[in-house]
Design a binder for this molecule. Structure first.
Ligand code: FUC
Length: 820
C-alpha cells in the first residue's frame, strides 16, 4: 500500500515525450487578458480567450507601431554634454543633475508605442451555458484548444499561429454534424475600416500618431473561411455561418513595413498573398507542418524533475499552491513555456521580442512596450543559446545591426564621436537618442550591452562567417568609446561620462543619478573592448585598432569593494546597504558577464554575495529572473530556487504596484505584464543546470536540494557542446557530451566521473586551450579599508580535459563509490 502511494505521488519520467503533458490548462474561460493564452509565429501573435459564447482572439502584428521612420537625436546636445562632463569630473554632482534636468529633456519623442491590430470575435448564440469546459495551451505542439458541451453536443476550437504558413488558424468543430453556427466579426482601436471583400473580412488600418510623429504603418487583416457543410454569408463586415459541420478560419495580417526606414510595401497585397497560399492547404496539412516546424526547435531540449499529483490541478491552482508544495513539474513547465514564448515571438525572420514579446492589447501600453535596452530586451534573449534556440537570437542580432546604423547619428551629433551608440530604449524605428528624462535616459551604454549578444552567439556556435559579418558592429561600438571616454582626474581612469547606473540614484534626497564611470559601465566597456580585440585576432583584422583598445582597457576602472563589503555600484563608495532597488547593475559582471568568478576573483565573488543579500529577493518580475541567474552563478542552487518560488506567486488584476510574480496564464508580472521575467527565469533555470562561462563546462553547478532527481537533454555550452545530464540523489548518473565543433572539453563536475566503460579521465592542467573558453584578465579589485570579506566556501569539484572531435559523442558516468 505504502509503495503504491509512493508511485502515485512521485512518478519519475525521463523525457518530455512521456512527460505528463507540458500544458497550461484551465477549467474556466479567460476572465481577462492575463488569463488568455498566447499563440504566435514571430510575426503574428494572438491572445485566445476561449469564451464559449464569444470567442476572442486579440491580434498583433509585430510591425504595428505608432509613428514612422525617425531618429530622436538632439542635434545641439554636445555643448551640454561637455558642461556635464566638466561638472561631473569636478565632483559637482548635484549641479550636473540640475543641468541635465534643465537642458537634457528628451528631444522630439521618447519612442513610439507598439500597438494592437484589433480583435477577431466568433459569436456562438446559445453557448452562454456550457458544461465540461477545458481550455489548454499545449507546449509540445504550440496549439491552444477549448472544449465544452452545450445541449449534449461537444464543441472544440483549436488555434495556432502557423510557423511555416504565416497565418493564424482557428478550427471550429463539433461532435455532431451541422452544429457550427456562428458569426465572425472584428474591431480595432486603430483608425480603421472593416468590410467584406471576396467572402473575406478585410480590416484596413493605420497606426496612431504619437509625440509629434504621424502614424504611418498601414496594416491589413484578411480573414477567410473554409467550411464543410452549412451556409455562409457576409454583410456589414460580418460573416455568418449556419449549420456547418466544421469551419477553418484563416487570419492573415501584413503591413507596409519593409525595414525600419522603408515603409513602401503593400499591406493588402502581402496579406492576400499569404492568405491565398494558406487557404489552398487543408487544415490537417497546415496543422501538421506547423507542429513539425515547431517541434524541430522545441524538442531539442527536454527537462524533467518528475511530477506529483498536482498535475491534476489547473495551472492557476498549481501556481497558487507552488510555494507550499513540491510541484517541480511546474518548474519544468515554466522553463518550457519560456522556450515556447521565444519560438513564438522570435522565429527566424521576425523582429526582436519587445517588452511584451509580441502580445499587447493597448494603444498606449506600459513603457510603450518598446525595447528597453538597459536590461529588459537583452534578458529576452538570455535563454536563446543555452536552451538550444540559437536561430531565435537573430531577431535581436538583426536589431543590433540596425541600431549600429542609426546609432551613428547619436554618436556623432550628441557626443562628437565616431562609431555608434544607443541610449536606454529603442523602438521599431531604431531610435538611438535619449528617451525619457535624463535621470533614466542619459545612459550611453545600450548599444554596447547589446554587443555582448553578437559575441555570445559566436562563442556558442563558432560561426566565423557570422563573426566576420558582425565585426563592424563590435568595432563601431568600441570606436564610440575610444572617442567618448573621459579621463577621471583622481586615478586617470577612463570613464563613460555623463552616464548613470540604471535607474538608480546615489544622492537619494536630491535624486541624483547622473554620474561618471559607474561599475556596470566599466564592466560593459571592458567586455566590449575585450570581445572586439578577440574578434580582431580571430579574423586577423584591425591590428592597430585592437592595440588601441588594449591600451585603453588597461586604464578602465577596476571593480571596487566598498565600506559595506559590497561590490560598489558607483565610482565612489556611495551604496546604501538598505537599498533594495530592482536594478542590480553592478552585478552585470556576475551575470550576464563573467568578470566575477568564485575561482578567478574570490573577493569580488564574496562582495557580490553581500550586495545581493543587501538588495533582497522579492522585487519586480524581471529583477527576480535576474536574481535566479545571479544565485546560480554564485553556485547557490537553494537560493536560486527560492527566487523561482518568489517568481511563481500568482498575481491577479491590473495592479501595476506590488511585488512581481506570475499571472494565471504564466506570463511574468512586473507587474504589469512584461515578458522579460519569463525569459530571465528560463535562462536562470538553465544556468542552475549548466554553466560554461568560467573556463569550464560546469555540470549541475547550482542544483537545489529539492531537485534530487532529474534529466535534462539538449542544453548548449559555449564551444558548441550539447549536454545531456541524468542525475539521482543530487549526483550525476549519466552525462553525455556531443561535440559540434571539436576541441578540448573541460568539464567541472561535483562528483568524480569516468567514461561509460570505466576509463579514468585526465585531470585538467593549465589554461583551457579551447579558444571559446578564453577569459580576458580582469583588473585586480580595489578594497575599501572597511570591507570585511568572508572567504567563499565552495564545494569540492573535479576538472577534466577531454579531447573531442566534431560530431563526437562522449558518455560518462559517476565513479561508483558505493561499497568502496
Ligand atoms: C526599466 C525598469 C522598469 C521597467 C522598464 C520597462 O526601466 O527599471 O522596472 O521594467 O524598464
Amino acid at each position: 500500500m505504502k509503495r503504491l502511494l509512493f508511485i502515485c505521488t512521485f512518478v519519475f519520467s525521463a523525457s518530455a515525450q512521456n512527460n505528463p503533458g507540458l500544458k497550461l490548462w484551465y477549467d474556466q474561460p479567460a476572465a481577462n487578458w492575463n488569463e488568455a493564452l498566447p499563440i504566435g509565429n514571430g510575426k503574428l501573435a494572438a491572445m485566445v480567450f476561449g469564451v464559449p459564447a464569444r470567442e476572442q482572439l486579440q491580434l498583433n502584428e509585430e510591425t504595428v507601431w505608432a509613428g514612422g521612420p525617425n531618429n530622436n537625436v538632439k542635434p545641439d546636445a554636445f555643448p551640454i554634454i561637455q558642461k556635464l562632463r566638466a561638472l561631473l569630473l569636478d565632483k559637482k554632482y548635484v549641479e550636473a543633475q540640475q543641468l541635465a534636468d534643465a537642458e537634457m529633456q528628451p528631444y522630439g519623442n521618447s519612442g513610439m508605442p507598439y500597438q494592437p491590430v484589433g480583435n477577431l470575435f466568433i459569436a456562438f448564440p446559445g453557448h452562454e451555458k456550457f458544461s465540461t469546459y477545458r481550455r489548454e495551451l499545449d507546449l509540445q505542439n504550440a496549439t491552444t484548444t477549448t472544449t465544452y458541451e452545450v445541449n449534449g453536443v461537444g464543441y472544440r476550437r483549436e488555434s495556432f499561429a502557423s510557423l511555416p504558413d504565416g497565418v493564424i488558424i482557428v478550427r471550429l468543430s463539433a461532435t455532431k454534424p451541422g452544429k457550427i453556427s456562428c458569426m465572425l466579426s472584428m474591431d480595432s482601436p486603430q483608425r480603421s475600416d472593416i468590410r467584406i471583400e471576396d467572402e473575406r473580412i478585410v480590416l484596413s488600418g493605420v497606426t496612431g500618431d504619437h509625440e509629434g510623429q504621424t502614424g504611418s504603418v498601414q496594416f491589413q487583416v484578411q480573414v477567410g473561411i473554409v467550411r464543410s457543410g452549412g451556409t455562409a454569408s457576409g454583410d456589414g463586415g460580418i460573416i455568418s455561418i449556419s449549420g456547418a459541420n466544421a469551419v477553418t478560419v484563416y487570419v492573415s495580417i501584413a503591413t507596409n513595413i519593409v525595414g525600419y526606414n522603408d515603409i513602401t510595401d503593400n499591406a493588402g497585397k502581402k496579406a492576400a498573398q499569404v492568405l491565398g497560399n494558406a487557404m489552398g492547404r487543408s487544415y490537417e496539412i497546415l496543422r501538421q507542418t506547423h507542429v513539425k516546424t515547431y517541434r524541430e526547435y522545441f524538442d531539442r531540449v527536454t527537462f524533467s524533475l518528475g511530477h506529483t499529483d498536482s498535475i491534476k490541478n489547473t495551472t492557476r491552482q498549481r501556481i497558487i499552491d507552488f510555494s507550499e508544495g513540491d510541484d517541480l513539474h511546474l518548474v519544468t513547465t515554466y522553463f518550457q513555456f519560456g522556450r515556447y514564448l521565444l519560438i513564438s515571438s522570435s522565429s527566424p525572420g521576425s523582429q526582436a521580442a519587445n517588452l511584451q514579446g509580441k502580445w499587447n492589447d493597448k494603444m498606449n501600453p506600459p513603457w510603450d512596450s518598446k525595447y528597453t535596452i538597459n536590461i529588459n530586451t537583452e534578458m529576452n534573449y538570455w535563454p536563446a543559446e543555452v536552451t538550444n534556440l540559437s536561430e531565435m537570437h537573430f531577431a535581436l542580432l538583426n536589431l543590433v545591426k540596425d541600431l549600429s546604423e542609426t546609432g551613428r547619428r547619436s554618436a556623432q551629433l550628441m557626443y562628437h564621436a565616431r562609431g555608434w551608440m544607443a541610449h536606454h530604449n529603442t523602438d521599431l524605428w531604431r531610435i538611438s537618442g535619449q528617451v525619457d528624462r535624463p535621470s533614466t535616459g542619459l545612459w550611453p551604454l545600450g548599444g554596447a550591452w547589446l554587443c555582448r549578444h553578437v559575441w555570445e552567439h559566436y562563442l556558442f556556435t563558432g560561426n566565423k562567417k557570422f563573426l566576420r559579418e558582425a565585426y563592424p558592429v563590435l568595432k563601431g561600438a568600441a570606436m564610440y568609446f575610444v572617442d567618448a571616454l573621459q579621463i577621471e582626474p583622481d586615478h586617470g581612469w577612463l570613464v563613460a561620462c555623463p552616464s548613470l547606473s540604471p535607474e538608480n540614484t546615489y544622492i537619494k534626497d536630491k535624486r541624483v543619478s547622473i554620474t561618471a564611470g559607474c561599475t556596470m559601465d566599466n564592466q560593459i566597456v571592458f567586455e566590449l573592448f575585450s570581445n572586439t580585440i578577440r574578434a580582431s585576432e580571430i579574423l586577423g583584422a584591425d591590428v592597430e585598432f585592437a592595440d588601441t583598445l588594449r591600451e585603453m582597457r588597461k586604464r578602465l576602472p577596476p571593480m571596487q569593494i566598498g565600506q559595506h563589503s559590497q561590490l560598489q555600484e558607483w565610482l565612489g563608495d556611495w551604496d546604501d546597504p538598505k537599498d533594495t532597488h530592482r536594478h542590480i547593475s553592478q552585478l552585470y559582471g556576475l551575470y550576464p558577464g563573467y568578470q566575477v568568478s568564485p575561482i578567478r576573483t574570490p573577493e569580488l565573488f564574496t562582495a557580490a554575495v553581500t550586495t545581493l543579500r543587501q538588495r533582497g529577493d522579492v522585487s519586480t518580475g524581471w529583477s527576480m529572473g535576474w536574481k535566479v541567474n545571479f544565485w546560480a552563478r554564485l553556485l547557490d542552487g537553494n537560493h536560486a530556487y527560492k527566487l523561482i518560488t518568489d517568481q511563481l506567486q500568482l498575481v491577479t488584476g491590473d495592479s501595476v504596484r506590488g511585488p512581481g510574480g506570475t499571472y494565471a496564464n504564466m506570463f511574468d508580472a512586473h507587474p504589469p505584464f512584461q515578458i522579460d521575467g519569463n525569459f530571465g527565469c528560463t535562462a536562470g533555470i538553465a544556468e542552475m543546470l549548466l554553466q560554461s562561462h568560467d573556463g569550464t563546462i560546469q555540470i549541475l553547478p547550482a542544483l537545489p536540494d529539492k531537485w534530487q532527481e532529474g534529466t535534462v537533454r539538449g542544453l548548449i555550452a559555449r564551444g558548441g557542446f550539447e549536454i545531456d545530464i541524468r542525475w539521482k540523489n543530487g549526483k550525476i548518473n549519466v552525462l553525455t557530451v556531443s561535440s559540434k565543433l571539436g576541441g578540448n572539453c573541460r568539464l567541472r563536475v561535483y562528483d568524480q566521473i569516468e567514461t561509460e566503460r570505466g576509463t579514468a579521465l585526465n585531470a585538467a592542467i593549465g589554461e583551457n586551450p579551447n579558444p571559446f573558453f578564453y577569459i580576458p584578465p580582469t583588473h585586480k579589485p580595489l578594497l575599501s579599508a572597511k570591507a570585511v570579506l568572508v572567504a567563499a566556501v565552495l564545494k569540492a569539484s573535479y576538472v577534466y580535459d577531454i579531447q573531442t572531435r566534431a560530431g563526437g559523442v562522449y558518455r560518462f558516468k559517476r565513479v561508483d563509490d558505493s561499497g568502496k
